[in-house]
Design a protein around this ligand. Sequence first.
Ligand code: B12
Ligand code: SF4
Length: 561
Amino acid sequence: MRILCLYPAFPRTYWGHEDALRLMGKRSLLPPLGLLTVAALLPKDWEVRLCDLNVQALAPEQLQWADAVFLSGMLVQRDSLLELAAQARAAGKVVVVGGPVATTSPELLTPYADCVVSGEAEELMAPLCEALAKGAGLPAHMAAPRRPELRTLPPPRYDLLDVKAYHSLSVQWSRGCPFNCEFCDIIEVFGRHPRTKSPAQLCGELDAILATGFRGTVFLSDDNLVGNKVETLRLLTVLQKWMEEHRFPFQFYSEASINLAASDELMRAMVRAGFDSVFVGIETPSTEALRETHKAQNLAVDLHEAVDKLVRSGLDVSAGFIVGFDSDDQAAIERQREWIARSCIPQAMVGILGALPGTQLERRLVREGRMLERSSGETFGRANFRTKMDEIELLESYRRLLASIYAPAAYFERVNRVLELRPRSDSHFSLPWHYALRCVLSSMLHQGVLGRYRRVYWRFLGRALWRTPKRMARAFSLAVSGEHMIRYTAEDVLPRLQLAIEQVRSERESKRQAAAQLEPVGKLRATRRAGPRSAVRVGEDVGVSEFVGGTRETESVVASA
Ligand code: B12
Ligand code: SF4
């Protein structure tokens, strides 16, 4: 049997770091670990190939070669995913889709695939392969019967990758998170009891990466690295030994909850094992909003102090933030802006609150009749539910916040602060000199010579050289990351937000005019109950009835009537 694994293209987002990758000569940030994991579970005599659309275009011969196509992806990749599924079907191939979107919204995919696989696929692979081999009896939908144990999994098929194309490779140590944030779909899918692999198993995966020739950064693709602190501490001890034995070929980063900062022992162990940064969910400094979203772990600490402590211990912090909580108003978002501006977090991923499918938040909003449309996975546009805050005020506050924190001077000020707080690095990891040199020269050329913010850039480098000369490698690496955050904000996000603001204004105006033409309110109410959602796309009609809130248009007509 010949299986072609296809990974759909991402749209340009903050997370993709596209402009920074360009300066580094890389094509994608991370590989599709779900597909590599699934590929490792196929019968040994099956042939497998991978085409990641973020790295290379799909050639017709690749499709012709395959008997079946395996697709994976998140909601934000849906357009590309559906296009690939249609292409594969048109070529007469069997199409199987799994991954985040197949898990949370299988109904979006069933019309386009022969089989949609929801949930963690480990225990489904044997029956799936059996049905594929027989060439008949493939069920339209398969759902994982339970959350599998991770301790018997083989290493993902890293050998399928063109490793040079990726900035980082990834391994996964655990799944699940013990916390209970209302907007989070992780806990719905992966549960609140973190399951881990064994330390030896993880080291086996690192051996497999080493065998590909890759040297560089490795992302521990966990929902929360410190979800099970005891097991993670055990891992870190073994990992440190493995790294010493292999002369520190990698540098690690991961995602963790902020309570990591309360454990000196864990932070020290992470740094000793080769971690140099961590992504944390700060969400908001507003205690009302944190309470509202059940983010208790963030209420238990002083957030600025916790971030500083992580940086002081040797872990750079990037963080997720959210605007648009029910308790938010313009003043709260302004406080959030100030909070970020004073922080040591150069890369603050700020999104508008969205209700992802299957989350507690979505269930509450459905109960409250506030859902407008199913989430598209897009966190930088309009909310998919009726916000408590006036929508124009929310979009304008959000726009101001992003414009301010990604003004070049503000970004580089936060980077200088990190460099000054960080301890002198005793990391044994270093990039190959020719690659590091390429990044430095490319940064100087694109940011320092051709860049629109070149004066700020040189001032930043001057201060870094003067005050923190031993940390210049990190200064360049954060400067390169800044290229994407600054450029993408100015070129893409701010104009898109401005458009969204104008769209809301014009929707309001046309509804005001429609209401003025004296449509009977009763008739409008009936439309509101029966009317289709404004943003429904092909194949999206399943489950519309649960979004009692109706369309944006009918909502505002009724409101103004
Ligand atoms: C790593 C990661 C990323 C990486 C992406 C790397 C990459 N190339 O894919 C980065 C950092 C770039 C990223 C970005 C984003 N991400 Co992300 N990310 C993750 C994370 C933490 C881990 C994914 C992973 O590696 N899992 C490990 C593998 C082994 O698991 P898996 O992919 O689920 O695969 C299993 C099953 O799904 C299934 N399976 C998967 N594929 C297939 C295919 C077939 C054929 C079969 C049969 C089975 C199958 O079997 C596998 C084994 O059980 C997840 C959280 C999570 N735990 O899933 C979020 C997650 C996938 N991301 C998410 C989101 C929303 C985003 C962003 C939009 C940002 C945001 N949070 O707002 C951006 C968008 C990206 C962009 N550029 O536009 C959501 C997706 C929700 C959804 N339903 O679509 C998740 C679930 C987390 C969350 N709730 O925020 N992300
Ligand atoms: S800490 Fe992160 S992963 Fe855990 S429940 Fe909250 S948002 Fe989800």
